[in-house]
Design a protein around this ligand. Structure first.
Ligand code: CDV
Length: 340
């Protein structure tokens, strides 16, 4: 029988070298900078004005890092099939440089207030590639890193049976990695919208040491392939981010573009989730709103060094199916002989 002094059995509730003790802490004040709808013809400068207003509000609240949503500079244009929309200039929705002529003011305002930020936008590279991208900018205005969305949802071809399209797979190429960076006193990673539903996203980022995962999203309340999910959108949103945070000992900041955008209702519910899996700050509106939280990155160690001590407890040799196969491979149906 195990005694109080028996150290032979691994105790998952205790760090490998003894109980976690009080630490000095790595405090950081963060905010999801939720946006309400952006109109199809809303000029870029008007959108940037809204982003700067949120930066200025953040400054009065001591915020050091703000997270803007996915495609935060434009309406969610993948809802339109361009051939059917002669007035739609698709290239207008993409940024060719970052910062560019319109976004330079945002960089300057954030730097003036010593506020870092993460911003989602449609990227058009000089050699013609298009990505759904999010960047991370430090408090001194330097671009720390860029992430390109890995999990592109929706479809490639026009599907007229839908109330609105979701043509991300037509308008973007997928990204191919989950990088992490040292920034804001910790290790930071990013993900975009549909990425947040996949456990692989968080685990890949956590294997890169992520303590803080920044996620922008545009989630229509109506999911055409299976409308039974419509009333569950808010539940699924927090379910996946809370699970990702807890199972990887990370903070997660989820920032929505919510409200009714060009006739499509989108989920708001921007939030900050702690490594214990609790939503510690939550939006109360569907419009432009700062969702502020005082976090402590040292809280991550309580999970990373105990229950989710990867080095001690993970079994990658047993998880080979995760990278070796894509679709599920169920066992074969039993044969008549097998049943007898
Ligand atoms: N922008 C997104 O990635 N939206 C998806 C919808 C289409 C399901 C999402 O996962 O929220």
């Amino acid at each position: 029988m195990a005694t109080m002094t028996d150290t032979s059995a691994p105790d998952p509730d205790r760090a490998a070298d003894g109980p976690l003790t009080e630490r000095p802490g790595r405090p950081l004040t963060v905010a999801a900078a939720q946006l309400g709808p952006i109109g199809r013809n809303e000029p870029r400068d008007a959108v940037v004005d809204r982003l700067i207003a949120l930066v200025e509000r953040a400054a009065t609240r001591g915020v050091e890092l703000i997270v803007f949503p996915e495609l935060a500079l434009t309406t969610f244009f993948p809802r339109w099939f361009v051939e059917g929309e002669p007035d739609l200039d698709l290239d207008w929705f993409y940024e060719r440089e970052m910062p560019g002529p319109h976004t330079r003011r945002l960089f300057d305002a954030a730097k003036a207030h010593r506020i870092g930020f993460s911003l989602g936008y449609a990227e058009l590279t000089p050699d013609g590639h298009r990505y759904n991208t999010q960047i991370l900018v430090e408090r001194d205005g330097t671009v720390v890193g860029r992430y390109r969305k890995v999990h592109l949802p929706g479809h490639r071809e026009h599907e007229p049976w839908r109330e609105f399209q979701h043509l991300e797979r037509r308008y973007f190429e997928p990204g191919d990695s989950f990088p992490t960076w040292r920034a804001f006193g910790g290790v930071v990673g990013m993900a975009i919208c549909n990425d947040r539903r996949w456990p692989e996203t968080y685990r890949c980022l956590a294997l890169g040491g992520a303590e803080l995962i920044l996620i922008g999203y545009n989630t229509p309340l109506h999911y055409a392939p299976d409308p039974t999910q419509d009333p569950l959108q808010a539940h699924h949103n927090h379910l996946v981010m809370a699970a990702g945070a807890y199972q990887n000992g990370c903070y997660v900041i989820g920032s929505a573009k919510g409200g009714n955008e060009e006739g499509v209702d989108a989920l708001a519910d921007s939030c900050v989730v702690a490594p214990n899996g609790r939503v510690v700050a939550l939006a109360t509106t569907t419009g432009d709103e700062l969702v502020v939280s005082d976090i402590d990155l040292d809280l991550c160690a309580h999970y990373k060094a105990t229950l989710f001590d990867f080095e001690r407890y993970r079994r990658p040799e047993v998880y080979t199916a995760i990278t070796a196969q894509k679709a599920a491979v169920p066992p074969p149906h039993p044969t008549q002989e097998g049943r007898s």
